[in-house]
Design a protein around this ligand. Structure first.
Ligand code: RIB
Length: 312
């Protein structure tokens, strides 16, 4: 089937419940926070919103409950001008939720995700997504949905010649045969360590982790390294681009903004290293605003930051 320039994101939608506080509590401790908010989140949906705001043609596939959180996300997508026709509805399981605590001193966060309905995507719903996935140009995935569905769509896309980009977050064991179907893997440094055993603190470490992914059958590797920047290796050449200087308010969802901008650049025909820079600019901008999906940056702002640091 011919690829049609669409990015399909097959992943999670959950409602983010976020507190901000000075510092983060340790087990057994209660601290007073300064604010609370709720809004659209989930790594899959955040990445879809990021790519959409970058100007890509995006179709999100996910599953929600039959509840007010599902109505809220449909309203949010409508306001964004995004399609929800591949939002499946679970009659029993509720829409998922994420409990997020943000340290307002550092912008760092800790997160617990309860996938809810999006952990319950059925084989029949995977089949209903087949024509969409097989005709797309890029399938972008994370690891917050049920793995039987996740691995089935990876195989479906791979067999159809669609570029498979896996952001393995949160990191979990991936079967060896599935690894060989992944074109580009985009872990952060923590996920890279879980999946390769290699601690990533320098460019040399990132290169070793990339080589471990190549041995597992992945074709290209991108590792986001927090304040150190972002690394890419296409098997011939590698590069670490430094983090861009911005005023950091909240790092939650920065990896999602990176992935959304990165795949948009790829679908537009940019090479891995230009896409790395575009993702880096998108990720940096998202940290300047609070929240996740609503903090995803818009194309004109990413273009401006990209031009400022990398030229035309
Ligand atoms: O990457 C940030 C996201 O992770 C949050 O929106 C939260 O929902 C969790 O999935």
């Amino acid at each position: 089937m011919a690829q049609n320039g669409t990015i399909v994101v097959f992943g999670s939608f959950v409602t983010d419940l976020t507190s901000r506080s000075e510092g983060l509590p340790v087990p057994g401790q209660t601290i007073l926070g300064s604010s609370f908010s709720s809004g659209p989140g989930g790594k899959g949906s955040n990445q879809a919103v990021a790519a959409h705001r970058c100007g890509a043609k995006v179709q999100m596939v996910t599953k929600v409950g039959n509840d007010v959180f599902a109505s809220a996300v449909r309203d949010f997508y409508k306001e964004e001008g995004m399609d929800t026709s591949f939002f499946f509805t679970d009659p029993e399981k509720a829409t998922g939720a994420a409990l997020i605590m943000v340290d307002e001193k550092t912008g760092q966060n800790i997160i617990v995700v309860i996938g809810g309905a999006c952990q319950n995507i059925s084989a029949e719903e995977v089949e209903r997504s087949r024509p969409l996935i097989e005709s797309s140009s890029i399938l972008l995935l994370q690891m917050e949905v049920n793995f039987d569905a996740l691995f089935a769509v990876i195989k479906m896309a791979h067999d159809a010649g669609v570029t498979v980009v896996l952001n393995p977050a949160p990191a979990n064991k991936i079967p060896a045969n599935i690894m060989t179907m992944i074109d580009i893997v985009t872990p952060n440094e923590t996920e890279a360590k879980i999946l390769t055993g290699i601690e990533v603190k320098t460019k040399e470490d990132a290169k070793k982790a990339a080589e471990a992914f190549f041995r597992q059958g992945v074709r290209q590797v991108v590792i986001t390294m927090g304040s150190l920047g972002a690394y890419a290796n296409d098997g011939q050449k590698d590069e670490l681009v430094p983090c861009l200087p911005v005023d950091v308010l909240d790092t939650t969802g920065a990896g999602d903004a990176f992935n959304g901008a990165f795949v948009t650049a790829l679908v537009e025909g940019k090479d891995l290293f230009s896409a790395l820079r575009y993702g880096n600019a998108g990720g940096a901008l998202s940290t300047t605003k609070p929240g996740t999906a609503p903090a995803m940056p818009f194309r004109k702002d990413i273009d401006a930051l990209y031009r400022k640091h990398y030229g035309a």
